[in-house]
Design a protein around this ligand. Structure first.
Ligand code: FPP
Length: 247
């Protein structure tokens, strides 16, 4: 549910409700690069800068949870050199995040199957989580090797193992049991998911958690995304009438 913001930004009126949890599908890096005659990895490099800028902005205006889709379970199908470039970017940004996000009081978490990454990257993910776990600010979920179907299958396996062992009775399984078995256990569902680049797809992102999420599609490629676009998405979110299946 939305909360009322503390005024930290003149561009947004004081009475505007802030989404508690925002998800972003950071799409359009490849097209941004192509438009400029650059290799796709140049688009990812620019996208990574925007990721940092928007993450900090969200923390500064009082967003409590931000989930960014950085690499999907399907992205391994991309050419080897593009994957290599993305892994290099993840490494350098996760190294910087260890100290940089400290000032912004950001708690860093990773959602997805991290065993797919190199031991070096996995260690950086562990270190980021460990070093930031007692911070009190915004929770940043970075979805890496994340696929929502994968996440749900993992939850089903976990729940069925608990039933088999007698720890859980089948009759006691509820929607909450499933939510509690996802990577986002303990976190509120996203209120708002933003997809830049004009595509109307969910692309295997937070399928369970997005049951009542408001979607805002923006006709802008991720590397061009600015703080003002985040403000606009929040303003659009404020015009929505959320009924959760009621009237
Ligand atoms: C989708 O655009 C974007 C990705 C698959 C990668 C997103 C990654 C970043 C922005 C890097 C920063 C992340 C971190 C955690 C440092 P696309 O390549 O599908 O674009 P296209 O649809 O225009 O081809």
């Amino acid at each position: 549910m939305a909360i009322f913001r503390k005024r930290k930004n003149d561009a947004l009126p004081e009475e505007l409700a802030l989404p508690v949890h925002v998800g972003i599908i950071m799409d359009g890096n490849g097209r941004w690069a192509k438009k400029r005659g650059l290799p796709r990895k140049a688009g990812h490099r620019e996208g990574a800068k925007v990721f940092r800028k928007i993450t900090r902005y969200c923390a500064s205006i009082g967003i409590k949870y931000l989930t960014v889709y950085a690499f999907s379970t399907e992205n391994w199908r991309r050419p080897e050199d593009e994957i290599g470039a993305l892994m290099g970017l993840f490494k350098s940004y996760l190294e910087e995040a260890l100290s940089d996000f400290k000032d912004d009081d950001i708690v860093v978490k990773f959602i997805g199957d991290r065993t797919g990454f190199s031991p070096e990257l996995q260690a950086l993910m562990d270190d980021n989580e460990e070093i930031s776990k007692d911070r009190k600010g915004m929770v940043l979920n970075i979805a890496m090797n994340y696929g929502s179907r994968d996440e749900i299958v993992r939850a089903v396996k976990n729940i069925s193992a608990r039933v088999s062992s007698g720890e859980l009775s089948q009759d006691d399984i509820t929607a909450q049991t499933v939510s509690d078995s996802l990577y986002t256990a303990g976190q509120p569902d996203p209120d708002l998911i933003i997809r830049p680049s004009g595509e109307y797809r969910i692309s295997n992102f937070m399928l369970w958690q997005a049951a009542y999420t408001e979607f805002v599609i923006m006709n802008k490629l991720w590397p061009d995304f600015k703080e003002a676009d985040m403000d606009e998405a929040i303003q659009i979110f404020n015009q929505r009438n959320r009924r959760y299946g009621g009237v």
